[in-house]
Design a protein around this ligand. Structure first.
Ligand SMILES: Cc1cc2nc3c(=O)[nH]c(=O)nc-3n(C[C@H](O)[C@H](O)[C@H](O)COP(=O)(O)O)c2cc1C
Length: 337
């Protein structure tokens, strides 16, 4: 019988499917169903530095107001200090105790001190690992690529120095040489890389002529970028690889594993198809492995990576040229339909 176990950042998972960071962790009834369906691990929603700052500002205002009314203020407010992040930490601690599979925390900070201070606090909740959500969109014209990349690698270094649980980095694909950045993150000690994050982009309502942020799920083919980079990273970095983005169905998970991922994270699939979908994906993964004669995930993991395939040009520019040369033929075929 096929064994679905895998190892991610040194942690054994009963199968490769992890729930990626999202708000579903605040719904105990859904979490219980996901666990019953067989999910192998959870990433708790990120703690953002904005949350921490917002609470601090609010509390400072309240503290000033309160101190006019009571000399007890200094005794009362220390307890409330950082109530926002404190609540997050408490909820996470409760969450960790409520499930039987590994839980990873997630942090998205700005300042070095916040990265390290909250990495330690998140570790203290008892989680099994920490994901650094390095999402940051440059909004100025002066930062150059090297400065941004060096800063991010420094964050990995600093966090690794202050905590002992495994650390993953969740990355955007938007670097000049994504492979180089990931390799350097791996060398800086990242135990895992999650490729890739997806960003909510602003939209414009042409009626009101105003911006809004739609709640979009991933787009169907978004996983192809994950395949490309997973396939090129496999065998070249020490870190575990977790494939993410638009893994809606079993065949997409299989492709990412064949390219070389140790595990996958899914979010949109659960929003779209519910918890029972995990059950189905695990059943289909097992059936596929049995049909193919694979006993373990390792038997086929990375089989279609750049290292293992006979034609490495599949991952290169030559393939692009090949597609372009066929485009006219495809256009003609469509015209005839
Ligand atoms: C409602 C919602 C909330 C999310 N919250 C977070 C978050 O707190 N931290 C994070 O790193 N990613 C967050 N994400 C991104 C997901 O973890 C994931 O990277 C992204 O949705 C791509 O995976 P998918 O294609 O399976 O949805 C969120 C996504 C959704 C839809």
């Amino acid at each position: 019988m096929a064994d679905l176990k895998t190892t991610y950042m040194g942690i054994e998972l009963k199968n490769p499917i992890i729930l990626g960071a999202c708000n579903l962790v605040s719904k105990p009834e859904i979490i219980q169903k996901l666990e019953e369906a067989g999910i192998a691990a959870f990433v708790y929603k990120s703690l953002f530095e904005e949350q921490i700052n917002l609470e601090s500002i609010q509390l400072e205002e309240e503290l000033t107001e309160y101190s006019y009314r009571s000399s007890e203020a200094p005794n009362v407010f220390p307890y409330l200090k950082h109530a926002g992040p404190e609540e997050h930490l408490l909820d996470l601690k409760k969450f960790k105790k409520s499930v039987s599979v590994p839980v990873f925390a997630s942090l998205n900070a700005i300042n070095d001190e916040v990265w390290t201070e909250y990495a330690k606090k998140l570790q203290d909740t008892g989680v099994d690992g920490l994901e650094l959500n390095l999402y940051w969109v440059p909004d100025n014209f002066s930062s150059n690529a090297a400065d941004i990349e060096n800063k991010q690698i420094e964050i990995v270094n600093k966090v690794k120095n202050v905590i002992s649980i495994p650390v993953a980095v969740k990355l955007s694909p938007f670097y000049t040489n994504t492979l180089n950045v990931i390799k350097r993150m791996s060398e800086a000690g990242a135990d895992g890389v999650v490729i890739f994050n997806r960003f909510f982009q602003p939209e414009i309502n042409t009626g009101d002529e105003e911006f809004y942020y739609p709640f979009d799920l991933s787009k169907e083919k978004d996983y192809q970028l994950t395949i490309r980079y997973t396939g090129m990273l496999f065998g070249n970095i020490k870190s575990s690889i977790c494939g993410s983005r638009a893994i809606f169905e079993t065949h997409q998970m299989l492709k990412v594993l064949l390219a070389g991922a140790d595990a996958v994270q899914i979010v949109s699939a659960v929003y779209k198809s519910g918890h029972n979908h995990i059950d189905l994906m695990l059943y289909e993964l097992k059936s596929w492995m049995e049909r193919k004669g694979y006993n373990t995930i390792d038997d086929f993991k990375g089989k279609l990576s750049r290292l293992k395939i006979e034609d490495p040009f599949m991952y290169n520019r030559a393939h692009y040229v090949d597609i372009l040369s066929k485009s006219e033929e495809i256009y003609k075929r469509h015209l005839m339909v």
